[in-house]
Design a protein around this ligand. Sequence first.
Ligand SMILES: [Zn+2]
Length: 393
Amino acid sequence: MEFNYFTPKEQEEIAKKKHKNSHKSHDAYDDQEDSEDQNSSDSNDVYASKGDLESQEIYENVVESKENDNYEGQIDEDNMEFINILDELEETDSDEDDNEESVFSKIDCRGISRKAVIVVIIIIAIIAAIVIMPMVIHQKYVWEREASSDAAVSNESLEESMRETESAAQASKDAEESIKASESKAEEAKQETLHHNQEISASWDMIEADMSSPMTGDLQGADIVDYGTGKMQVDSRITSALDSIISGAKDAGYNLKVTVGYRSYKDQKVLFDKKVSSLVASGLSQDDAQKKASETVSEPGTSDHQTGLGVHLISSGYEKASAEKYAKTDCYKWLVQNASKYGFILRYPEGKEDITGAAFEPWHFRYVGKENAEAMDKQGLCLEEYIKELKGN
Ligand SMILES: [Zn+2]
């Protein structure tokens, strides 16, 4: 190969550069023989001393190109580039292998760093995927859970609301049923009481023996017995009560006696007829005499004495006293206050004549049983009023 493809000017330029480089090299390596540098500068063989196959190849390619193109003494851009490459090679030649390695390691490093960058990116992507994905999944799970929780809370709230409504409705229903039950119970109790009262009112000690139900005989179940002195008789069912009230009065300082007791229908009729006769004898007609007699003597069948439960209780010394006089005695007052404790009531009280149909008798007491006597006493009722109440009228 010859350099005759370059113009003389080119060759001169190349030679100058080579010479310059040769001096540089000479300065740096003083101990080395000049022959080597001299050889490289004089021989005009640029690549001969390089041992650089790659440079040689490039050089050959340029030359070959020039030959093929029949290039005649003009420097084109390729040649200038080649010159520059050669210059670089010359400059770095003295640094020998270190510089050569630097050039190629630069190229290699670029390759490695590109790969490294890709690898790093991939690694970052993987790490990101590993780190972020669970976070995303977790966040999604959290959101779903919150949504689910919200929905659950909402459902729970709704259910609770429904339960409360149902509960309120049930409570209302219960209250209604309770009221009904209460009303029913009250009505039942009322009926029971009425039934009970009617039984009481129909009991033997509640007999009225008035004009609405005259008794032609003795009280049903009556057992008329003698009581005390003076041939008095009473129903055997009241003798113990009589004993108690007489005993009680005695303790209080009153000496009570039974002056009138049981009187039969027959005896009452005799008494009544005798009264009528005396009135007729005084000049009244039969009808007028009977009407007048009934004001002081009960007609047969309507006397409380016929029941065997009514008695006259008079303290000693007042046997012949008028009603007005006896009513003012302490004994009478004690009897009015205490008779109910023994089951007795004042049968014909003052002020109730229109109801009882009989004149006030401060001595006539009637057995009705302790419970009834106290109830009547408390309410201020006479027997007719009390029986009427018991029957619910
Ligand atoms: Zn009497």
